[in-house]
Design a protein around this ligand. Structure first.
Ligand code: HEC
Ligand code: HEC
Ligand code: HEC
Ligand code: HEC
Ligand code: HEC
Ligand code: HEC
Length: 399
């Protein structure tokens, strides 16, 4: 093991040990001594070998540590038990974005003699990661409502690996000269954008400028103590998430009520007007409207507060929306990575009663703790009862 790998492993080990303290070890901030080497191997040409300064007239060759971009990320982000893991082998990562595990799980069942399935590929964004058996979506060739090719969907389609998003939300350039020891992040950039998401102008190498982003990263604050999402520890979403998703799904962005295409409104203009906000706050479960704003937040149905300054965002708030300012967004109903349900839903959109969602005990493909993990460890029957209807009711009170 070389020196830098050892240093990284030590640092990652420390993050695990201090699981309950704030997530302060910041690999992507350039905190690790040899930051670039977390993802790259640097091959120096013969002429530069033996040089103490690492400087050479011949540019060193940079390769990725994994077979592809996503496999490189997963070398750290699939480590079992690690705080930063987003790919487990049992669906137990209850992160806001969701566990890529579900992309490997197809569930089947039959009802009244008819066979149904909830197909693995429909459970979220199928990133291609050869070293981890994650493959291209077989159902969509492009992003629905946009042109982004499914064949090159990667972690880096959405996340900017070099944290080159600048303070104004636009994307800066990667350093050209290579000074790899102790440097980074890049001088004129900030890695303060939410979850390293690509900013305006961002493009991953696979699809180039044709698919460059036009929307800035969303304003949100993640909980710094735990990435396990609960009703009182969760990202506080401010604004711009739907607009950001529209970098690839432009036709789905429909921020005004009654807008085009039969899509649900989502975005800065899709405000939770007085009635809808009041419904959200009083709704506890089907048949129970005794809630109050202070305790109304339900992580299964999040909303954007409707602010563009992070100082107003509190990831430990249990509060429901104020009247008129908050808005509905794509992540009100979807997970950004993957979920146990079709269409990357936060809940099963097809179930009449949520307690009867699939995966369900007895379904083909279910094993281990799939059922309880599908709702992030919640006991749906105990919490909501057997007759809980679709969670759309949190805002609409239809049944
Ligand atoms: C978190 C992982 C990660 C880190 C850390 C990282 N890179 Fe990269 N780098 C990548 C990935 C992934 C690609 C391939 C880009 C793509 O697919 O769009 C890449 C591509 C590149 C390229 C090719 C140009 C390009 O944009 O495709 C250069 C040059 C580069 N990196 C330099 C660096 C330097 C210098 C550092 C340290 C300051 C660094 N990288 C740190 C992941 C990383
Ligand atoms: C060498 C290990 C390592 C590699 C490789 C790596 N990461 Fe990370 N990543 C971490 C650690 C540790 C954290 C948690 C601490 C932090 O925020 O830096 C993290 C955090 C993150 C976060 C959350 C950041 C935040 O501020 O909330 C994102 C998003 C992320 N990584 C994406 C990626 C992507 C995309 C790649 C591949 C291009 C990648 N990582 C490669 C170790 C790694
Ligand atoms: C970089 C481009 C890109 C961005 C950004 C993006 N998506 Fe996607 N999305 C795709 C592609 C490509 C597919 C089709 C391939 C697949 O489903 O794996 C897809 C598929 C989907 C699906 C269908 C999943 C299924 O298989 O049925 C949903 C739902 C979705 N995206 C929601 C979102 C949301 C919500 C956001 C914002 C948090 C978002 N997307 C951001 C590219 C993107
Ligand atoms: C379609 C876009 C998209 C793709 C592809 C994607 N991410 Fe994310 N990721 C997001 C968004 C958006 C968030 C913030 C989710 C939230 O807060 O609800 C996020 C959050 C994260 C986080 C913080 C923890 C969490 O789950 O909320 C990590 C770590 C991360 N991503 C790593 C990765 C890695 C590694 C890959 C590839 C294996 C990847 N992402 C692929 C959009 C994406
Ligand atoms: C976080 C709150 C929220 C949730 C959850 C929610 N909606 Fe909505 N819905 C809204 C808002 C806001 C509007 C637009 C304002 C209005 O029509 O009063 C809207 C409008 C609608 C409309 C009218 C369409 C239009 O274009 O005006 C329908 C139909 C609808 N929602 C169905 C659903 C369904 C089905 C679900 C569950 C899959 C759902 N909603 C979940 C907030 C929500
Ligand atoms: C109120 C809940 C709700 C909101 C908000 C919402 N969706 Fe959906 N979405 C659904 C449901 C339900 C389905 C599955 C049924 C359908 O296709 O209409 C779906 C399906 C999808 C699909 C799959 C379509 C296909 O052809 O396979 C994509 C992609 C998608 N949504 C993206 C988005 C994006 C991007 C946003 C934000 C701009 C968004 N959704 C906002 C509820 C929602």
């Amino acid at each position: 093991m070389d020196k830098c790998t050892a240093a990284l492993l030590t640092a990652i080990g420390l993050t695990i040990i201090f699981f309950l303290s704030p997530i302060t070890y910041a690999f992507h901030e350039g905190g690790a001594e040899e930051y670039c080497l977390g993802c790259h191997n640097i091959h120096r040409s013969a002429g530069s070998q033996g040089s103490d300064t690492g400087e050479s007239s011949v540019a060193p060759k940079i390769t990725l540590r994994g077979s592809d971009s996503s496999s490189t990320c997963l070398q750290c982000h699939a480590s079992s038990g690690a705080v930063q893991s987003v790919l487990s082998n049992d669906g137990s990562r209850f992160t806001p974005g969701g566990d890529f595990y579900w992309l490997q799980k197809t569930f089947t069942w039959s009802e009244g003699g008819i066979s149904y399935e909830s197909e693995a590929d429909s459970h979220g964004h199928n990133v291609v990661a050869l070293d981890y058996g994650l493959h291209q979506d077989r159902r969509h060739s492009t992003a629905p409502g946009g042109g982004y090719l499914a064949s090159s969907l990667a972690c880096t389609s959405c996340h900017n690996p070099h944290a080159t998003t600048m303070a104004n939300g636009e994307t800066g350039s990667i350093v050209s000269g290579l000074t790899i020891y102790g440097d980074g992040p890049f001088a004129d950039t900030t890695s303060g954008n939410y979850r390293l998401l690509g900013g305006a102008g961002y493009q991953s190498s696979a699809q180039g400028s044709a698919m460059a982003f036009s929307h800035e990263p969303p304003i949100a604050v993640a909980d710094s103590f735990s990435w396990t999402e609960t009703d009182s520890r969760h990202p506080a979403y401010g604004s711009g998430m739907s607009e950001w998703c529209a970098n690839c799904h432009s036709d789905f962005l429909n921020s005004s009520a009654g807008g085009a295409g039969g899509r649900h409104p989502a975005g800065k203009g899709a405000k939770l007007n007085g009635d809808i906000a009041r419904n959200y706050n009083s709704y506890v479960k089907t048949g129970d409207l005794s809630g109050s704003q202070a305790q109304a937040y339900l992580a299964l149905v999040p909303f954007e507060v409707g602010v563009s300054d992070v100082v107003f965002l509190d990831p430990s708030s249990s509060s429901g929306p104020g009247l008129g300012n908050a808005n509905v967004m794509c992540l009100t109903c979807h997970r950004a990575h993957a979920s146990a349900f079709e269409n990357s839903g936060r809940w099963d959109f097809r179930a009449v009663f949520i307690a009867e969602s699939h995966p369900r005990f007895g379904d083909g493909g279910v094993n281990g703790s799939d059922v309880v993990n599908s709702y992030y460890g919640r006991d749906i029957t105990a919490e909501f009862g057997e007759t809980q209807r679709q969670l759309c009711n949190k805002c609409h009170l239809k049944d």
